[in-house]
Ligand binder design. Structure first.
Ligand SMILES: *[C@@H]1O[C@H](CO)[C@@H](O)[C@H](O)[C@H]1NC(C)=O
Length: 263
């Protein structure tokens, strides 16, 4: 067994030469450190059931799989809301949705690190998913986070400013979003195939340090976009339906203001 000493010497020399060559030759450009991350943009609104479902049951797989290491994830909590000319924002599922959209926008702004804001938003989305969204404030305690900065943000000008920024970003989408959840990988919307987002991320990644889960993903499952989404999504409303909704929303909003209720 093994090499005799006569055979070992040339083999050893070969290995040394190969090592030297690998050190001296220019490295390929697609090294793990230089490959750009795949951008993943998630456009959603807090009270759309399909969005909470996607967040809690699918988006979380990004972390379970380790694929988050090659992803630059950005959350955009705004969805199908609408900005009136005087900058009042109307949300598809009413004022409570506007409130939670703003809370989540504030969390992203206040805690820019994904490992801080993501668990907080995940916690809120879990409450929404369980139809207990009014209990969202428990998330501060659950995650041992100080509510002060977030409260200052969503009750004040900062929160409003952030939501108007998300409004502008969402309205600038090309192609425009048709419904939420709306998932965009490297600038390309996935349409109804959004639950398959991990495959698209793996396919888009140009680096050599491919996460193990990507190799296990069957990339040939990427389907063509034809059918309507099977999941309950929230569509952008028709213009006429929208203006009727705006009128009734304004009426109820004014009523609430008269009663001194918190918007
Ligand atoms: C914005 O306009 C709506 C409808 O015209 C009105 O009900 C609301 O009071 C206005 N809000 C502000 C902040 O001026």
């Amino acid at each position: 067994m093994g090499f005799n000493s006569k055979a070992r010497t040339p083999l050893f020399a070969c290995i040394v030469l190969l090592l030297l060559a690998s050190l001296l030759l220019p490295q390929p450009a697609a090294g793990s450190s230089t490959a750009p991350k795949v951008t993943l943009d998630y456009y959603y609104e807090t009270l759309c059931p399909g969005c909470a479902n996607f967040f809690v049951n699918h988006l979380i797989k990004l972390f379970d799989s380790g694929i988050h290491s090659i992803v630059d994830l950005k959350l955009h909590p705004y969805g199908n809301a609408f900005v009136l000319p005087n900058t009042t924002i109307l949300c598809q599922h009413g004022p409570y949705e506007c409130l939670l959209n703003t809370v989540e926008a504030c969390a992203i702004d206040e805690w820019p690190e994904l490992n801080v804001h993501f668990p907080f938003i995940y916690c809120i989305e879990s409450f929404v998913h369980e139809h207990k969204h009014t209990e969202w404030e428990k998330c501060f305690e659950k995650l041992d986070l100080d509510p002060k900065s977030i409260t200052n943000c969503y009750t004040g000008e900062r929160g409003k400013k952030l939501e108007l920024q998300y409004a502008a970003e969402t309205e600038a989408l090309q192609p425009p979003h048709q419904y939420v959840p709306w998932v965009v990988v490297d600038g390309q919307p996935l349409y109804e195939d959004y639950e398959n987002f991990l495959s698209y991320i793996c396919k888009a990644y140009k680096g050599v340090a491919v996460p193990k889960a990507c190799r296990e993903q069957s990339l040939n499952t990427i389907r063509t976009r034809k059918s309507k989404p099977r999941r309950p999504v929230c569509y952008m409303e028709e213009k006429s339906a929208l203006s009727a909704r705006i009128r009734s929303a304004i009426a109820s909003w004014m009523q609430k203001m008269n009663m001194g209720a918190l918007l």
